[in-house]
Design a binder for this molecule. Structure first.
Ligand code: NZQ
Ligand code: ZN
Length: 391
């Protein structure tokens, strides 16, 4: 096991109707003037926005609102949010939505104190040193941003998608009411399931040894997703399935399962270029990239992939031909994704084989490499995109 430092200060408040405690929680964490940040129509239509606003009013907390966050959130709205917060003297941001809204909120919270264009922070030209505190009311189990220190923003000019990670970005509190996810379309539910599983797999496929504790935590979460994922896709109002998926999504990405192990974020890296260029859902892009990545790298450590196949997918071990077991596990994952309605090829998300050089260029790998389960160079990432682009 590697040395590690794990910091997860977020207060998670879980269960039915917990959004009505937003006012109490904002007050507890020191907010007096709030920016309520949200996405398109879903939070308005369901009445969630009104319920949260009423809960703030009941505690005497004033607020301004800014909606319109798009999936794969844009830099332009972040700048609007920063200007609004400065003009209104906002001291707390409440994100109502999924990863996109939460990430946009984090970017506003960091840009607020930065004396320059916030995008510098995402290009790592300047360090993030101070943020406005944020809280979240989660409406989709997927990105895990409600417990993570990450924020992913897309720059409209050039369609560059970049991630900034800092413990300063960890929310003060996150309200998790599984019922709020009932209104999700089946496709978005499946995208979320895929993202959660990717967050687990990218920690599971490690080069670290003696990590039995976190191996087993990863496997437990994967088994949960395999059991509950299809239930929620089929029956969107199954509370038990929604609840287990929601908590698994948070635990999958607040990094407790990544503690003490080297991680591999290459599938996410390669995917971000897909959702950046084609504006597909992040989970859909992962469903296309991840099996291709697995196919390309499994021979680095066949036995690790056999462990996934046998312990997670229940495939019997072929001791004479372990690579067959490893490959069967990858196929099982791909079949699972197809079964919940996910795309698994370039064509299905509108990506084009001819664009592979552009994707590789945007990835910014140059003559360098990307560390991971297998160290990847330019030729390797090209080959993975090509596997994903097969007809
Ligand atoms: O905008 P509205 O109308 O709310 O519609 C959203 C959006 O169209 C809809 N939706 C959300 N909750 C709903 C709902 N529709 C009906 N009922 C509800 N209860 O779902 C769509 C997708 O929402 P979005 O927030 O984009 O989804 P997700 O949580 O998957 O977030 C994706 C973003 O997070 C980033 C991704 O790259 C992507 O930009 N990620 C962030 C991470 C982090 N901060 O730690 C890690 C992840 O790996 C990921 O990269
Ligand atoms: Zn993700």
């Amino acid at each position: 096991m590697e040395q590690f430092q794990f910091y997860s200060p977020t207060e998670f408040v879980f269960g039915k109707e917990k959004e009505n405690e937003a006012g109490r929680l904002v007050k507890k964490w020191g907010g007096s003037k709030v920016l309520i940040h949200y996405g398109g129509e879903s939070a308005k239509k369901s009445g969630l926005l009104d319920r949260v606003a009423a809960s703030l009013k009941a505690k005497g907390i004033s607020y301004v609102t800014l909606g319109g966050v798009k999936p794969n959130p844009r830099d332009t709205l972040v700048r609007e949010g920063i200007a609004l917060c400065r003009a209104e003297g906002v001291d707390f941001i409440l994100a109502i939505g999924g990863g996109s809204v939460i990430d946009s909120s984090k970017a506003i919270s960091g840009g607020f104190y930065y004396d320059g264009d916030f995008w510098d922070l995402y290009e790592k030209k300047s360090p993030l040193t101070k943020t406005i505190p944020i809280g979240t009311v989660l409406t989709i189990a997927a990105a895990g941003s409600e417990g993570s220190g990450s924020s992913v923003i897309t720059k409209e000019d050039g369609l560059l998608k970049r991630c900034l990670t800092s413990d300063l970005y960890r929310p003060k509190f996150s309200i998790l009411n599984p019922e709020l996810t009932y209104t999700l379309p089946a496709y978005q539910t499946a995208c979320g399931i895929t993202d959660i599983m990717a967050h687990i797999f990218e920690r599971y496929f490690t080069t670290s040894t003696d990590v039995e504790c976190t191996d087993r935590l990863c496997e437990a979460l994967l088994l949960t997703m395999i059991k509950e994922g299809p239930v929620a896709v089929k029956n969107p109002t199954d509370y038990g399935a929604r609840a287990n998926i929601m908590w698994a999504g948070t635990v999958a990405h607040n990094d407790i399962i990544g503690s003490g192990r080297k991680q591999d974020w290459n599938s996410h890296g390669l995917e971000h270029e897909l959702s950046g260029l084609y504006d597909c859902a992040h989970g859909a892009g992962l469903a296309v990239i991840m099996p291709a990545w697995m196919e390309y790298v499994y021979s680095e450590n066949v036995m690790r992939f056999c462990e996934a196949a046998t312990r997670v997918w229940g495939i019997p071990m072929d001791f004479e031909h372990p690579e067959k077991t490893a490959v069967a596990g990858i196929h099982a994952f791909k079949d699972f994704l197809t079964g919940i309605g996910m795309p698994v090829s370039f064509k299905e998300i509108g990506a084009r084989k001819e664009d592979i050089p552009v994707l590789v260029e945007k990835l910014g790998i140059g003559d360098g490499t990307r560390a991971g389960f297998k160290t990847l160079n330019r030729d390797d990432v090209t080959a993975i995109y090509e596997l994903a682009a097969r007809e």
